[in-house]
Design a protein around this ligand. Structure first.
Ligand code: 5GP
Ligand code: MG
Length: 179
C-alpha cells in the first residue's frame, strides 16, 4: 500500500521496510563494535522508539542491558515545546555506558533535556542513537553518535511513530501529504 490514512490525514510511503532494516542493521553493527566489552545500558525512549529498539537490540550481539524511559513533548503534529518526564530512570546508571535510543530528533530539545538529566547521574559515557533526524529542524546542537537516516522537515508516521496515538503499527515509514 503506497498511501495510508491516519485519522484526518493522508500519508505517502517515504521509507520502505527494506531501507529501514538495512540502516538499522548498519547502526547496530557500529554500536556493537564501539561498545564491545563495555556492557552498555540501552535506554529506549517510549513510546515512539519501541519498534526501532526491538529491531536494533536484536542485532546488537554483545552483552548489554535495556531499560525503558518515557518522555512526551508532542501533541498532534506540533511540538508543544514543553517536555514532560513520565517514566523516570528505573536503573542506576552511575559508571555505566549509556545509549539513548530515540525514534526521531526534530528540534533536539527532548534529547538536550534528556542528556542533561542523565549527566546528573554520573554515567561513564552517554551516546545518542536515533532512527531519524530532521537536520533542518534542529534548534540546539546535540552530539548524535548513531543515526540511521536523515529526513526533510516533514511530519512522518509508522514504524513506532504516531499521529495522535495512531499509525504506529506499520512496517514502512510514511510522510504526510499536505492538502
Ligand atoms: P524534539 O524535542 O526533537 O523536537 O522532538 C522529539 C520528539 O517529537 C520525538 O521523539 C518524537 O516523539 C516527536 N516527533 C518529532 N518529529 C516527529 C514526526 O515527524 N512524527 C512523529 N510521529 N513524531 C515526531
Ligand atoms: Mg520520541
Amino acid at each position: 500500500m503506497d498511501t495510508l490514512q491516519v485519522l484526518d490525514k493522508t500519508f505517502r510511503i517515504s521509507i520502505p521496510e527494506a531501507t529501514i532494516k538495512r540502516e538499522v542493521s548498519r547502526v547496530a553493527k557500529e554500536i556493537a563494535n564501539d561498545l564491545n566489552g563495555k556492557e552498555p545500558l540501552f535506554l529506549p525512549v517510549l513510546n515512539g522508539s519501541f519498534v526501532f529498539a526491538a529491531d536494533l537490540l536484536r542485532e546488537v550481539n554483545i552483552p548489554c542491558e535495556v531499560s525503558f524511559i518515557k518522555l512526551t513533548s508532542y501533541q498532534g503534529t506540533q511540538s508543544t515545546g514543553e517536555i514532560r518526564e513520565v517514566i523516570g530512570l528505573a536503573k542506576d546508571i552511575t559508571d555505566r555506558h549509556v545509549v539513548i535510543v530515540e525514534d526521531i530528533i526534530d528540534s533536539g530539545l527532548t534529547m538536550a533535556h534528556m542528556i542533561e538529566t542523565l549527566k546528573a547521574h554520573n554515567p561513564a559515557s552517554i551516546k545518542v542513537c536515533t532512527l531519524l533526524v530532521k537536520p533542518g529542524a534542529l534548534k540546539v546542537k546535540i552530539p548524535i553518535d548513531y543515526c540511521c537516516m536523515e529526513i526533510p522537515n516533514e511530519f512522518i508516521v509508522g514504524y513506532g511513530l504516531d499521529y495522535d496515538g495512531f499509525g504506529r503499527n506499520t512496517r514502512d515509514i510514511y510522510t504526510v501529504i499536505e492538502s
